[in-house]
Design a protein around this ligand. Sequence first.
Ligand SMILES: [Zn+2]
Ligand SMILES: [Zn+2]
Length: 1008
Amino acid sequence: MVDQKPQQSGIPNFNKLEQNILKFWDENKIFEKSLDKTRDKEPYIFYDGPPFATGLPHYGHILGSTVKDVFGRYQTMKGRYVRRRWGWDCHGLPIENIVEQHLKISGKKQIEEIGIDRFNKVCRDNVLNFANEWGKTVRRMGRWVEFENSYKTMDTSYMESVWWGIKQIWEKGLIYEDRKVLLYCSRCETPISNFEVAMDNSYRDITEESVYVKFKLLPRQRIVNDLTNDKTYALAWTTTPWTLPGNTSLNVGADINYILVEQNGERYILAKDRLNVLEGEYETIAEFPGRSLAGLQYEPLYPFFAEYLKTNPEVSPEQLSHLHRVYLADFVTTTDGTGIVHNAAMYGEEDYQLAREKDLPRVDMLDHKGQYLDYAPENLKGVFFKDADKIVLKELRDKGLVYRTENYLHSYPHCYRCGTPLFYNALPAWFVNIQKIKPKLLGLNENINWYPEYLKRGRFAKSMEQAPDWNISRNRYWATALPFWKCAEASCRHTTCVGSVSELMERSVNFQEVYPAADVRSNSFNIESIDLHKPYIDQVKLKCEKCGGEMTRVNEVVDCWVESASMPFAELHYPFENRELFQQRFPADFVAEYIAQTRAWFYVMHVVSTILFDKQPFNNVVTTGTILAEDGSKMSKSKGNFPDPWLVMEKYGVDALRFYLMSSPVMNADDVDFSEKSVQEVNRKVSLILYNVWSFYRMYQKAASDAKYEDLKLDHVLDKWIVSLLIKTQREVTKQMDNYNTVRASRAIAEFITELSTWYVRRSRERMKRDDEAAKQSLLVLGFAISETAKMLAPFMPFLADYIYKDVTGNESVHLSDWTDLSAPAVDTAILEDMALVKEVVELGLSLRKEKNLKVRQPLAGLQVKFIGKKGELDPEILKIVAEELNVYQVSQADELPKGENWAVKDSLRVKIALDTLLTDELKAEGLARDLERLVQDLRKKSGLTVGELVDLYYNTADEKVEDALLGRFDRKKTFVNQISKSLEVEADFETQGVVDGKAVWVGLVKI
Ligand SMILES: [Zn+2]
Ligand SMILES: [Zn+2]
């Protein structure tokens, strides 16, 4: 037995109850015990995606933590060994940005001024600043996870495994270095990967001025039957005016029809489908397909760029001759713009591709901070690209080269860390070749069970089909170093990949110089003593295996998504350690994250696992939606548009919050507006109801009892019914949990709790209060139902479930119990069906009473019932329930219902009923007695008399019928009345002047 005493009155304090359970778990090491209990059992492999440690946990994390905990607990109860180890994502921009602010510096130049060693040390020292806060939340959430023994992506062992992984990919020929157009953050001075941008926060709707620009064609060029004159322009449209100075070509579609028009003495060319771009009257001169425009030459908008290219030694005369011409391109459409596309080689993916195909010069116009380089004219030199839009527009307007402008609303990508607008930039970077492995990625996806299922062929497959090659390099500091070394000899430039610390030691010419403290020959050599981060790793030189020259590490670091993708093996320092353990633990049985991870962690992990192990990384994946604020907007700290999770937990209990999340559509990957009211509702409709059922039970059953199904004697129809319903529910919950459907599972439990309370306990109350053998049997049934409910509820509401289970059964913890397998006993479907019919009868009966204005207290003589499509007689015991519920003396089943003015009838699809509404004097007198009992009960309650406290009742009334009812029919037992006498003189302790059925009566109670 536990010493916690049930609280028998008032509303329980769930927060306090949960705190006590937390203490109990800690002190008795219940989590550890649950692991010990299953250690030799079949493992259920779970991978925990590492969160960044740089922010505080929010509802999204609470949701993720809950899903992970629910299945961890469920599978443990099912007898599986579920290792749960926390991990931290330590590297990358999030912490670097924080440290920059912390050190009051910004940008790479200042980082390098203070020294990369110092910068990285501050990153290391601060990255786990919030770990304590996380620990507190995780504990309070009731999440069981090895938090202290967490893995960290900044550990040398972890980084070494990442190196090993990269080397495997390199040796398979799937990594290459290239210049590619990538989204680039000019503040962080690094490319941002496509799936980082795809994650939330990155796109913002902004309105900008887009422009229809006039590119002046050189005169006397032939277009079919016409010649260009000195006022013939190609109209092109752009939303990024700042790219116009770097224009290299114009592109048209070969099969698109173009029109030459004349307006106000000028001639314009644009697609026929886009004529609505023109303002005012115009005259059509000619129509021709796009291919007739190929090769036409035009004047550059900005001569400075062309002039500069002429002086650039890397640009050949050949390339110069290709500049500023019209080219055919497949990507041109007429859905917007003019059907003529302005092309700036360095600042668009398609632009760069085309420039490469047509051998156009590919030269930067901006520096790495997104500012115009020195060769730009004075008004642009050093200007940030976004600020140049206005300057460019003004200048072109002055030159008469703007046809018109219009405001354009589009969603523009911003840096997910610092909020700077990104731009497409052709950058040198390292890539994993996704194109080559796509069929395999898609093939292995077939082995994954997705929940919800549509994500498998939907979002996940689609993101793979459309995936560009994965840029795995970043131009930053605090990260795993990219393990490539290049030969410094210009004639050689051999590249090699290092896959381990020992390989680094063997191949380097100066390892001991860089790491003097690392005693590599010692037996107790610990690789954690080697810091593989910049700047140290950059000092390590290798000897070139090709030419004997010196090799230097490339400058880039690894995209931290490579690290989280490597988590299945890197957390175990595989293959350097734990080889066997890794074999057992790959792939995972289960991962769970929110939907944006479909294109991020789930995707990168799938890529790495596919290449390295030719296997999918997980077999089952649960994807949740996003939790939004109550009004449907994004939860935002600065807006304060959501309740503090800590307050919600204190008010309603973590259990209620967990159950609310698990039963909400957010578990079907839909976005959900957080609703505090719904948490409160769970608290009232699930937590409190179950608590009250348990309190009732404990009033009559003082001893702990761990009854099994086999111990039950099911004599009473209600007992039979509730056990059948329990078995059915238990099977449903098991089935849904095995399908990873927490919504259906939790709702089935909630429905059962409602039935248990509002039907079973309510109808059994009187029966259980009796001190006889039948009451004992029924209490055994109720105890069984409560402890089994606690088991089903344990994954969802681990606190209340444990509190109740411990108390009812006397066992140590529900989380050390086995998930009940009730697959053997047969569900009595007939009784479930009959009870459902009975409830329908009661519902119809109650609504008839309401219609006829007959309160339930007023007894009635009879009810006749006809069941449609049901053969045979209903159990008389069940019909008795109807009689009690509807307060009628007799209920009978009939083939033909009686007719007549006394009989009120009502029907549903399955049931017809006829209620005898005739009020005889006898019935009226009974009704009066019930009204008087109610009057007395209300007075008792108001007066604070406790149940069972005896009183003498005095009355005074002028009405004979009232007097008769009090003296003849009044139920003294139910109302705890010792004796009843008429008196006016008595000094009552409590009194009331009531009106019953229109008749006045005074009632006084005297305590005895
Ligand atoms: Zn940035
Ligand atoms: Zn070499």
